[in-house]
Design a protein around this ligand. Structure first.
Ligand SMILES: C[S@@+](CC[C@H](N)C(=O)[O-])C[C@H]1O[C@@H](n2cnc3c(N)ncnc32)[C@H](O)[C@@H]1O
Length: 499
């Protein structure tokens, strides 16, 4: 059922990043009205192998041959002539946008009829561009500045540039299309190779906070991990038109084999994570889903300028999983009514009961569906109050052990309340980066001998809360038999043995 192959494509526009550089080619995608990808010709069953798409990159020497080398290599020189903030920023987006424009040009896709609607370029959505420019702020400034550099770089190669209006130049639209359709390519965990645009076939997948598919990047040769049988179902864009045919023609040769130039580069593979029926839309996620609704909405707005209309964001009352996420105690008032042990046990009982009662045959989707349909019941209110107690309990423990933790780590002293995150502001991670000195302190010099028994116990209980919490989340999101749920259970057992 889950984790079946849905879609496979190669980068259309290049990895622009630290390591590799791939070039792609664009097909003619004029008159596109496509917005979503759905399963078609399915048999009501969960999706089997559904579709293969190829973007069309070249790598290595091919890249050198086709690369708009002059405009790309001129960019650093141009940037060095100014005090631009891009001197200290990553320029991957603008380099990818330059390449995107180059391919649109060589495929004659920059004619006025293909860009008269600035919400799409070369088949890629550029929705939200007006909002980002109107709103101003850091991203708008980066876009304005970046598009000027793009224009200068392009002028080295071509005389005339296509303009839409003063506000919306073609460079700005291309840059925004890259910022909202590009993905960071990671082959192994945490190792980002750069950003790439995988072309319309991948970029047409919409976002949902309760997605039914996920994607990953693979370096293995084409078709190595895809089934070879003819698929029963296909992923298709919602509206039909010339675009899919044109796209297909670019990827495949007349004999049906994949075009040579499309066989290289990290592929993106989409797989279903839940059963998907014929005609149902296929969603992936663009963001971290283990965040409360407000954080998800803010994330999507700040990065993509759209308000998420998925089932999870629009559900009322809010889903159980969001109630649990709210349990981070940020919204809870004081530790006065904090409770101890029994709150954890209560929550454990309620959730475990719900999970085991409703997870038929280990199917997390039906488990979640049934749990979520009970939201107006008495259990929901019980569940909510238990969650709040649990949150209070964590808050109380954190406050008790925080001063002790701060003793050993000077950078923590400025944080008076570990549960209140508003002081962090947008630069959340930068502001808590450890100095070498603090890292050294944390790792060895203040070892266990410094710990006082009470505080040690408090840290341990806090850890138990966190692991318990992760066990609930894993159970609800992935089902009781998932390895993450098992791992959390194992850790809790180990802690019990040690105690
Ligand atoms: C990468 S594109 C996805 C495909 C796009 N719908 C298209 O027609 O090409 C991202 C854009 O799709 C729209 N979108 C994707 N997921 C959405 C969602 N959950 N709610 C509202 N709009 C969404 C937004 O306009 C967003 O900027």
């Amino acid at each position: 059922m889950s984790d079946r192959f849905l879609h496979d494509s190669l980068p259309l526009v290049p990895l622009c990043g630290h390591v590799a550089s791939f070039l792609g080619s664009f097909v003619n995608l004029k008159n596109i009205t496509l917005q979503q990808q759905v399963i078609e010709n399915g048999n009501g069953d969960e999706s089997a192998e559904i579709s293969e798409h190829v973007g069309g990159p070249n790598t290595g020497n091919r890249a050198l041959r086709h690369c708009p080398a002059r405009q790309i290599t001129a960019l650093p020189l141009l940037l060095m002539q100014s005090s631009s903030s891009y001197l200290t920023e990553e320029t991957s987006d603008i380099r990818a946008a330059l390449r995107l424009l180059y391919f649109l040009e060589i495929h004659d896709l920059l004619s006025s009829d293909s860009i008269n609607n600035s919400s799409r370029i070369g088949g890629l959505s550029a929705n939200g561009i007006k909002e980002v420019l109107e709103e101003g702020g850091e991203i708008a400034e980066m876009m304005l500045e970046g598009s000027l550099w793009m224009l200068s770089a392009r002028k080295l190669r071509i005389q005339i540039t296509v303009g839409l209006s003063d506000e919306l130049t073609i460079e700005r639209v291309a840059l925004w299309a890259v910022m909202t359709n590009g993905v960071e390519v990671q082959i192994s965990e945490g190792q980002a190779l750069g950003i790439a645009v995988y072309g319309p076939s991948f970029s047409w997948f919409n976002h949902s906070c309760c997605p039914n598919a996920s994607y990953r990047f693979v370096l293995s040769p084409w078709n190595e991990d895809c089934t070879s049988d003819k698929p029963e179902s296909y992923v298709v864009p919602v509206s039909k038109g010339a675009a899919p045919d044109a796209w297909h023609a670019c990827q495949y040769q007349e004999d049906g084999s994949i075009h040579a130039q499309c066989r290289y580069g990290p592929r993106v593979v989409v797989r279903c994570t839940k059963p998907i029926n014929d005609g149902e839309e296929v969603f992936i996620t663009y963001i971290d889903l283990l965040q409360i609704r407000e954080a998800r909405l803010s994330d999507l707005w700040s990065k993509y300028k759209f308000v998420c209309s998925c089932n999870r964001c629009t559900a009322l009352p809010q889903p159980y999983v969001d109630l649990i996420l709210n349990c981070d105690a940020r919204n809870l008032n004081s530790p006065e009514d904090a409770v101890t042990g029994p709150a954890i046990e209560d929550l454990d009982n309620v959730i475990q009961q719900a999970i085991s009662e409703y997870s038929f045959g280990g199917d997390p989707k039906s488990c979640c569906d049934i749990i979520e349909t009970k939201r107006d019941s008495v259990q929901y209110h019980q569940f909510r109050s238990t969650c709040e107690k649990f949150g209070n309990h964590m808050l109380s423990l954190s406050l008790q052990c925080w001063p002790f933790l701060a003793q050993s780590l000077a950078c923590l002293e400025k944080i008076k309340n570990p549960i209140e995150f508003s002081w962090l502001g947008p630069a959340v991670f930068q502001s808590v980066q450890l100095s070498d000195e603090d890292s050294a302190k944390l790792s060895c010099t203040h070892g266990p001998s410094v710990l006082m028994e009470g505080q040690k116990d408090c840290v341990l209980r806090l850890a138990v809360c966190c692991i318990t919490y992760s066990k609930y989340l894993a159970g609800i999101c992935y089902g009781p038999k998932h390895y993450l749920t098992d791992r959390a259970k194992d850790m809790l057992e180990c802690i019990n043995l040690v105690q």
